[in-house]
Design a protein around this ligand. Structure first.
Ligand code: 5RP
Length: 237
C-alpha cells in the first residue's frame, strides 16, 4: 500500500469510531470515503454496529454500499442524518472546503445540509493555507449553459475548463446528467462565503464545490516516523 493510501486507510478507520448504533450515516464519495464505507461494512457485519442505515452521496457510494450490504435509505425520505462522513479536496485552517473532485458535490452538499454533524476525513496533502491556489473549484452546470457560465466566471477573474472524461469521448457527465467546469481564480479564493453565493447565483449553475461553515470536525491521516497516524485538526477561527 502506498503512503497516501495508508493515510487514507487510517483516517477512514478512525472515522468509523464516531458511528454509534441506530445512526443514519451520510456516505461520502471519493477514494477516502470508499475506504470508510468498506470499514463501516466490516463493523456492521461483525456485529459491532447495529441498525445502521446509510444515505449515499453519489452513484459510486450507492453501488459500493449495495455491494457491501449496507442498508440504504433515500435522501428524500430522511428528515435528518445523524452523521455525514466525507472526504475533501482542500481544507483550509477555518475548516472551509473545496469538494467535487469526483463531481459528486451536489448530493454531498445536500447530505451535509441534512446532517447533524459533518466529519471530514483527509490525508494531510489536502490541508492548505488558502483555497483554490492549486485545486480548481468544481462547478456543476446545466449542459447548455456551460459557455454562459464560463464567460460569467471569467468576468470574476476565474479561468474555467470543462472537465473532460477519460475512456469516453467528450466531457464528464455528472450523476445528475450535467457538466463540470473546473475554476481557478487568479489569486485563489479568499472569501469563500461570497464566492459560493455569487457562483450559485449565475443562471445555469446547479451547485459549486465550496463547503462554507458546514464542517464540524476534520480527521487527518499522516505518516510519522514511517507509521500512519491520525489526528483531529484544530480549527483556526
Ligand atoms: C467527490 C469529493 C471527494 O470527497 C473528494 O474529491 C476527495 O476524494 P479523495 O478522497 O479520492 O481524494 O468531493 O466529489
Amino acid at each position: 500500500m502506498d503512503s497516501q493510501t495508508q493515510m487514507k486507510q487510517i483516517v477512514a478507520d478512525a472515522a468509523i469510531k464516531e458511528v454509534k448504533n441506530d445512526m443514519i450515516v451520510g456516505l461520502g464519495s471519493g477514494s477516502t470515503a470508499a475506504l470508510m464505507i468498506k470499514s463501516l461494512a466490516g463493523e456492521i457485519h461483525s456485529g459491532k454496529l447495529r441498525n445502521i442505515r446509510g444515505v449515499a452521496t453519489s452513484f459510486q457510494s450507492e453501488v459500493l454500499a449495495l455491494e457491501l450490504n449496507i442498508p440504504l435509505i433515500d435522501l428524500a425520505s430522511v428528515s435528518q442524518i445523524d452523521l455525514a462522513i466525507d472526504g475533501a479536496d482542500e481544507v483550509d485552517p477555518g475548516f472551509q472546503l473545496i469538494k467535487g473532485g469526483g463531481a459528486c458535490h451536489v448530493r454531498e452538499k445536500l447530505v451535509a445540509d441534512k446532517a447533524n454533524k459533518l466529519l471530514i476525513v483527509v490525508d494531510e496533502t489536502k490541508l492548505v493555507k488558502n483555497l483554490n491556489r492549486t485545486f480548481p473549484l468544481p462547478v456543476e452546470v446545466l449542459p447548455n449553459a456551460w459557455k454562459h457560465v464560463k464567460e460569467a466566471i471569467s468576468e470574476m477573474n476565474g479561468n474555467s475548463s470543462l472537465r473532460m472524461a477519460t475512456k469516453k469521448a467528450g466531457p464528464v457527465v455528472t450523476d445528475q446528467g450535467n457538466l463540470i467546469l473546473d475554476v481557478l481564480f487568479k489569486d485563489g479564493i479568499k472569501n469563500p462565503r461570497d464566492i459560493e453565493m455569487i457562483i450559485n447565483n449565475i443562471p445555469g449553475v446547479l451547485e459549486n464545490g465550496l463547503f462554507v461553515n458546514r464542517t464540524d470536525k476534520v480527521l487527518v491521516g499522516k505518516i510519522e516516523n514511517n507509521v500512519p497516524v491520525v489526528y483531529s485538526l484544530s480549527k483556526v477561527c
